[in-house]
Design a protein around this ligand. Structure first.
Ligand code: 13P
Length: 220
């Protein structure tokens, strides 16, 4: 089981409170160093494909590696929705990071509208076709309608999407979208759910710990 906390643009908990947890954290850039120094497995929330250059507001793989960061999220739906991220830029970021030795969690998922139109599988197929197989690639299925909304995919809906994703890529698949201590067990127990990408519930130490404890009880 892989449990990942995405702190988004929140300050997040004190890294020292998370020491010893079997989890990955994705803090905002300014907190990466504190998390690395506390010994946490630390990922960035995004990474550029060029090793350096005039790209204001971006961060490169070598700069992250120098800090001790070991991976990055790529293609989160908030980047796709609000910052113009496309399947092509997701693919470039993913390839550059993997080639330079970072692990990558590539995020995919359909909007409410796409689900209602019966487009879920087409959207997932399109998003995944931009990615090449790699041993350090993990996929996160995050249905956009479940992110930060309190709406969670049922375990059956998540399982169906995860099984479809696994028919297309050979990678662990994490579920994300309003995952909390109360619903974690049902989702994580699904055969094709290999872990969780947790937003809001990763900002509180107690709820993140509870999710990690639930994950630890699920036989692999
Ligand atoms: P929430 O858990 O807050 O819905 O966020 C999910 C997410 O986007 C994690 O990357």
């Amino acid at each position: 089981m892989i449990i990942v906390g995405n702190w988004k643009m929140f300050r997040g908990p004190e890294p020292s409170a998370l020491v010893g947890l079997d989890a990955v954290v994705c803090p905002p850039f300014t907190r990466l160093r504190d998390c690395v120094e506390a010994g946490l497995t630390t990922f960035a929330q995004n990474v550029h494909w060029e090793p350096e250059g005039p790209y204001t507001g971006e961060i490169s793989v070598p700069l992250l590696v120098e800090l001790g960061v070991v991976g990055s999220l790529v293609g989160h739906s908030e980047r796709r929705q609000y910052f113009g991220e496309t399947d092509e830029t997701v693919a470039k970021r993913t390839r550059a990071a993997l080639e330079a030795g970072l692990r990558v969690i590539a995020c995919v998922g359909e909007t409410q509208d796409e689900r209602e139109r019966g487009e879920t599988e087409n959207v997932l197929r399109r998003q995944l076709s931009a990615l090449e197989p790699h041993p350090d690639l993990v996929v996160a299925y995050e249905p956009v309608w479940a992110i930060g909304t309190g709406l969670t995919a049922t375990p059956e809906t998540a399982q169906e999407a995860h099984a479809f994703i696994k028919s297309l890529v050979d990678a662990p698949v994490l579920y994300g979208g309003s995952l909390k201590p109360e619903n974690a067990a049902g989702l994580l127990a699904q055969p094709d759910v290999d872990g969780a990408l947790v937003g809001g519930a990763s900002l509180e130490v107690d709820s993140f710990k509870a999710i990690c404890e639930t994950a630890a009880r699920i036989p692999s």
